[in-house]
Design a protein around this ligand. Structure first.
Ligand SMILES: [Zn+2]
Length: 504
């Protein structure tokens, strides 16, 4: 669909132009009720079942601010090192959209609850880049339109559209950066790293699950180019609602290449919104961007101003959790691993599960081993996040404990994990049901070893002639005889002992 978009190569674009970005991230808060009414935010219900006169915009309905919504906004502002307004108001942003029945969105305009902060974000190679935050403000989500009858699910070609207002009024926090300059060729990577870091901050605060795949967090990527060495910003485009980390990076990259092609050919960039296409990483034109004055913002007359008490703000500040970047740096020390290893663990989404497993009693090495090995593979196969696997950190800690006690070897432990993942019960139940226990009974082991020695004269001769590596075949025979339930290291020890051969 975008075969006609001219692009120049990324390297060529960067040789001439300097990208400037602005990132706007919307986060859906995990509050129980909506921002301005008591309707539930649970989305699994029938269409339009979770609505009331307020979120349907019926005449005479009056909104009331959700206190947890305000508290969450303050927490986010504090975590982003922002100032918290002593007094601020909501504003009406006026525009017509079928899934917004009031014909205005209740938002904040020139009086955001949080402003002037920063977030340090870590790039793949460990370098830290500071992104300045312009503001974080409170607003509400719109309803949801479903276009029926067309091939693409878009409005073009549809026979009719369905409207569901269950989402209308769900609290959103919009976080806007200041212009991000100086990232150069790493601009797309900075954009991705920023959204990743912000997502971790939001999750650590417990104010939202920030699942991008569920639309709980989405990013608008503003991008402009200016000739290298100049100060004045170029005209920007705004790619809307990009909903994965990888897509944020791709959208920025594509726009750099597209802008450069337009500018190189003597054209001008149109200030517009654009749609991102997952299939090929391209963007296409949306609508010509409205200026703020077109929205006719004015203070919301139905809501009282928000004036958070300083004691409240300070109490929230004191309760802030350790921020993700600081936590990662601390864990690198505590676990004695490299920054690169930490980056792999982070990319796998394994920090939380590993920490929880350690808190449940496992040592850090085995907690890391299971989450980054067996469980990461399983999550990858099923295309789910580690946290979505049907096994708890406590259960992983129990498996480590069974291994540490010698009740399981690694091979059996993998079978136990497999059983837990398949819903066969807790680790102990799987051990019982599948009969998985290391044969630690020396008598039974001795018998199995003796039988293996007696039945493999050729191999025994090799071992006794100095080829100790050949013992592997005997270990294999014993493991087979014990259905994998022997401790392989102990078996090898016994074999060598009985044959009077030493390891070296
Ligand atoms: Zn409502």
């Amino acid at each position: 669909m975008t075969a006609t978009t001219d692009l120049v190569s990324y390297e060529e674009a960067l040789a001439t132009y300097d990208p400037v970005m602005g990132l706007e991230v919307h986060v859906e808060l995990g509050t129980r009720t909506k921002m301005f009414c008591g309707c539930s935010t649970e989305l699994k219900q029938d269409a339009n079942s979770q609505t009331c006169p307020t979120c349907l915009g019926l005449p005479g309905a009056l909104p009331v601010v959700n206190e947890i919504g305000v508290e969450s906004a303050i927490k986010i502002g504090l975590a982003l090192h922002c100032e918290i307004a002593e007094w601020c108001r909501f504003a009406r942003k006026n525009y017509f959209y079928p899934d917004m029945p009031k014909n205005f969105q209740t938002s904040q305009y020139d009086e955001p609850i949080a402003f002037d902060g920063y977030l340090d974000v870590q790039l793949e190679d460990g370098e830290v880049f500071r992104v300045e935050i312009e503001r974080a403000h409170m607003e509400e989500d719109t309803g949801k339109s479903t276009h029926v009858g067309g091939a693409t699910g878009r409005i073009h070609g549809a026979s009719h559209s369905l409207l569901d207002y269950n989402r209308a009024g769900i609290p959103l926090i919009e976080i806007v950066t200041k212009p991000i300059e100086g990232a150069g060729e790493r601009a797309p990577e900075v954009a991705k790293a920023y959204v990743a870091e912000l997502r971790e901050v939001i999750k650590s605060l417990g104010v939202s699950e920030a699942r991008m795949d569920k639309g709980q967090m989405r990013c608008d990527v503003n991008l402009s180019l200016r000739p290298n060495g100049t100060e004045k910003f170029g005209t920007r485009s705004e790619t809307k609602n990009v909903n994965s980390l990888r897509s944020v990076e791709r959208a920025a990259r594509f726009e750099i290449q597209r802008h450069a092609a337009v500018l190189n050919s003597g054209g001008t960039i149109v200030q517009e919104t654009r749609h991102f296409h997952e299939e090929d990483g391209s963007t296409t034109s949306g609508r010509i961007k409205d200026n703020a004055e077109d929205y006719r913002y004015f203070p919301e007359p139905d809501l009282v101003p928000v004036a958070p008490a300083r004691e409240w703000v300070e109490a929230l500040r004191a309760e802030l959790p350790e921020l993700p970047l600081a936590q990662r740096n601390r864990l690198i020390e505590e676990w004695d691993i490299s920054a690169h290893d930490m980056q792999s663990i982070r990319n796998a989404g394994a920090i939380g599960p590993i920490v929880a497993t350690i808190n449940a009693g496992a040592d850090s090495t085995s907690a890391r081993k299971w989450w980054m090995g067996e469980l990461a593979r399983s999550a990858n196969e099923q295309q789910v996040e580690l946290g979505a696997l049907p096994i708890t950190p406590e259960q992983v800690a129990r498996v480590s404990e069974l291994v540490a006690k010698g009740d399981l070897n690694d091979k059996l432990a993998r079978q136990v994990i497999d059983g837990v993942l398949k819903g066969e019960g807790t680790p102990d139940e799987v051990v019982d049901k599948r009969g998985l226990k290391v044969v630690s009974d020396e008598g039974a082991l001795n018998t199995a070893v003796d039988e293996a020695i007696a039945g493999n004269a050729g191999i025994v001769a090799k071992i006794q002639s100095g080829k100790v590596a050949a013992a592997g075949a005997l270990v294999g025979a014993v493991m087979k005889a014990t259905r994998g339930q022997a401790d392989a290291a102990r078996v090898k020890e016994l074999i060598l002992e009985k044959l009077g051969v030493s390891e070296g």
